[in-house]
Design a binder for this molecule. Structure first.
Ligand code: KPL
Length: 293
């Protein structure tokens, strides 16, 4: 299968690196990393031990036509990704991103868009990606149900040694993931703490309330998700990623824009979501003060 990974950071490099074992993969990412991959290949280490030589580029090649495009950029870059990907006429497009609304933006420009969630963990440096946790990729049509694209993509992932399953209830899964991110990302970013410190500390109640509000917003969309279910999911993820620095805290530490608009900001648009509104307001104020928005 011809595959293009748009956004070869840590997750994109891990998925792209694994897929390159058996597929024709092009990775699009930032210059220092892509230059190392082009010169010396990509090492996938940690829980994996693989060396591959995918095509590495900083822009989408003009004349490439691909079977699958995988989007792993930050949510605020989705629109730019969608426009760039039109050039390679993908038959299917899989979003493995944080936040809600990415698939809708991709679908404005592209056909065959699939939603996905991913619980693999990874970190990277130029030319190397470290798998810090073997998880699972779950994918399917963003509005639920089945599609032949989803079956084909899951088989391509499995053939490369990635654990992937097709789900018919992606809307509910995306909302559950959103609840986890609303509970963990902004509180850890604002308090500058690791995920594990949300386990039983002063910010725990904020995390759980943000997640409960997200379930409340999901129910306003007709998604059957309870507050207790999402609190349980938040606790599970805090436990499994206790030592991790959330992606939002990494962004704040590096003084980069965060995904607040697609996470707590998305939920804040619904009724009765005061904690998400407060978290979104504080992160937006921080971004504004740093000239990042
Ligand atoms: O997805 C994550 C993130 O940091 O963006 C979690 C699951 C919270 C892990 O850190």
């Amino acid at each position: 299968m011809k595959i293009l990974v748009f956004g070869a950071g840590s997750l994109g490099s891990l998925i792209g690196g694994m897929l390159a074992r058996v597929h024709d993969v092009t990775m699009v990412g930032r210059k220092p990393h892509m230059r190392s991959v082009r010169d010396g290949g990509l090492v996938v280490e940690g829980k994996m031990d693989v060396r591959v030589t995918p095509n590495a580029r900083t822009t989408v090649p003009a004349s490439a036509s691909v079977d699958l495009a995988i989007v792993t950029v930050k949510s605020f870059d989705t629109s730019q990704a969608a426009r760039a990907l039109v050039r390679c006429e993908p038959h299917a497009v899989l979003s493995l991103q944080n936040g809600l609304g990415n698939e809708r933006i991709l679908s404005e420009h592209l056909d065959g868009v699939l939603a996905g969630t991913c619980t693999y963990g990874a970190t990277y440096e130029p030319g190397r990606v470290r798998c810090t946790g073997v998880g699972e990729i779950v994918l399917g049509p963003p509005d639920g149900g089945r599609s032949k694209h989803a079956d084909r993509v899951a088989s391509a992932f499995e053939a490369a040694g990635l654990i992937a399953t097709v789900a018919e209830d992606m809307p509910r899964r995306l909302w559950e993931k959103l609840a986890v991110n609303t509970g963990i990302n902004a509180p850890t970013a604002l308090a500058r703490i690791k995920n594990g410190e949300l386990d039983a500390g002063p910010a725990t109640e904020i995390a759980e309330t943000a997640a409960r509000e997200t379930a409340h917003a999901a129910r306003q969309e007709g998604i059957d998700l309870t507050g207790d279910e999402v609190v349980e999911a938040v606790r599970r993820v805090i436990d499994a990623t206790a030592d991790n620095t959330s992606s939002m805290l990494q962004d704040v530490r590096s003084e980069r824009p965060t995904e607040i608009d697609a996470i707590n900001g998305y939920v804040a648009e619904y009724d009765d979501t005061p904690v998400n509104t407060t978290l979104a307001g504080l992160l937006r104020a921080w971004e504004h003060e740093r000239g990042l928005r």
